[in-house]
Each structure stands twice: as structure tokens, then as C-alpha cells.
Write a protein of this length. Structure first.
Length: 243
């Protein structure tokens, strides 16, 4: 009489299904089974030190942060009183940076942006650009009304107009706003302070390198952004003869 046995499986530790990766094997073209890898494993792409440095540079030199820093320096340098400098810096920073960032946070909170705070997806940049332009326009009017220094008013106008132009360009090509923002800040400081501001120039190639390194933009896109930002920052100062 044949002995019959029953194969049992522990319910406490059920077997994990195999992971299937897209590749090629002789038996199953296009499929490779890896039974030794748990199905619930989390795969994290290895990141090198240059990658981490590039990510840190991208975060530190976000366009809103660069704008606040630049506007604060111009306000302190060109205002006649400390109180006037503080108010100019606060008003400019609120309308150029803080309100647009708050709008992006609102879009993220309500799941309107899949590309995160850096607006990775080209099609998601239109609304933040236009909102930033409108906010900068209101801030520019407020600065003009309160008698803020001309360079601060000029740079605020520059940010508003540039946001509109970036929105138009972005419909066809993902130009780098990071590079443009860095170039605008550096350009404004060079116009205002001349040679003493030269050390800030290193920020621009660092930002361009970082954006390419983390695959957010191509080299032509960061170069175009840098050129756009440089021209945008010099133009209002040159037109109005502001130094």
C-alpha cells in the first residue's frame, strides 16, 4: 500500500512570490526570475557623493531663496534708512518668493503637482509661473508706492516679467528656472556692486552643473537659462540707468 503524505506550508511565514525583472534569458525571453529576492524589498538606486552634492546645491540655490537673498542685499545697500531697508526687503521677498512658494505648496497639498516642489514635469510649470508673475507685479506696485530703492523695484519687475517669458518658453522647451534664477541674482549683484560681487559668479556654474548632474535638465537647457537670467537682470538696470 502506497504511503500518502501531505505537503504543508506554514501560514505564519508564507512563501514570497518571485520578483520578475525585465531582461532576457534563454528559456524565457524578456523575463528573469530572482527567487532569492523578497517581493517586499525596497530598491534604492545608489547615489554617489557628487549626486548628493548636486542635490544639496539645487536645494540651497532654489530660485526663491536666491531672490530673497539678492533683494535683501539690494535693499540694505540702497535704502537711506534701516527701517526702509527692512520694509523693502520684507515686501519684495513676500511677493517675489514667499507667496509663490505658498501657492506651490497649496498645489502640492491638493495633489495638483505630480512633479514635486521642483516642478519636474514641464506641463505643470505654467500655473506657478503665471501666479509668480502676478504676485511680483503686485509687489512691484507696493514697492513703488512705498518709495523703495530703484534697484529693488527694478529687480522685482525683472522677476515678474521673467516669469511670464519663462511660462511662454516652457510651453515648447523645459528651460532651466534654477539657472535663470541664479543668473538673475548674480547679474543684479554684479550691476550693483561691480568687482566686489565677482565671488558670487561661482554660484552660476555650480547650479548649472548640479541640475545636469541630477538629470533635471540638459546642458543646453541650463545654458539657455543662465543666458536668459543674465540678460533679464542686466536689462532693467541698463534701461533705467540704475547703478
Amino acid at each position: 500500500m502506497e504511503r500518502m503524505t501531505r505537503r504543508t506550508t506554514s501560514t505564519a511565514n508564507p512563501p514570497k512570490p518571485d520578483i520578475v525583472l525585465s531582461t532576457t534569458t534563454p528559456d524565457h525571453p524578456g523575463v528573469l526570475a530572482l527567487p532569492s529576492v523578497p517581493a517586499d524589498a525596497v530598491f534604492v538606486a545608489p547615489r554617489t557623493r557628487p549626486d548628493r552634492i548636486a542635490k544639496a546645491i539645487s536645494l540651497v540655490f532654489l530660485p526663491p531663496i536666491v531672490a530673497i537673498f539678492t533683494l535683501a542685499i539690494l535693499s540694505l545697500h540702497f535704502s537711506n534708512t534701516t527701517k526702509g531697508a527692512v520694509w523693502a526687503a520684507i515686501i519684495a521677498s513676500i511677493f517675489v518668493s514667499i507667496i509663490p512658494v505658498a501657492y506651490i505648496a497649496y498645489l502640492l497639498r491638493h495633489a495638483h503637482l505630480a512633479g514635486g516642489y521642483e516642478l519636474m514635469h514641464q506641463q505643470e510649470r505654467l500655473r506657478p509661473y503665471l501666479f509668480s508673475a502676478a504676485s511680483s507685479g503686485v509687489g512691484n506696485a507696493a514697492l513703488w508706492w512705498m518709495g523703495a530703492p530703484a534697484p529693488v523695484v527694478a529687480l522685482t519687475s525683472c522677476y515678474g516679467i521673467s516669469a511670464i517669458l519663462l511660462a511662454v518658453i516652457n510651453r515648447y522647451w523645459k528651460i532651466s528656472a534654477h539657472a535663470a534664477g541664479a543668473a538673475m541674482g548674480v547679474g543684479a549683484l554684479l550691476v550693483a556692486f561691480g568687482t566686489p560681487a565677482l565671488p558670487f559668479v561661482v554660484i552660476l556654474p555650480a547650479v548649472c552643473w548640479a541640475r545636469v548632474r541630477i538629470h533635471m535638465h540638459s546642458t543646453p537647457q541650463v545654458c539657455a537659462g543662465a543666458l536668459f537670467g543674465t540678460l533679464s537682470s542686466f536689462a532693467p538696470f541698463a534701461v533705467f540707468g540704475i547703478r
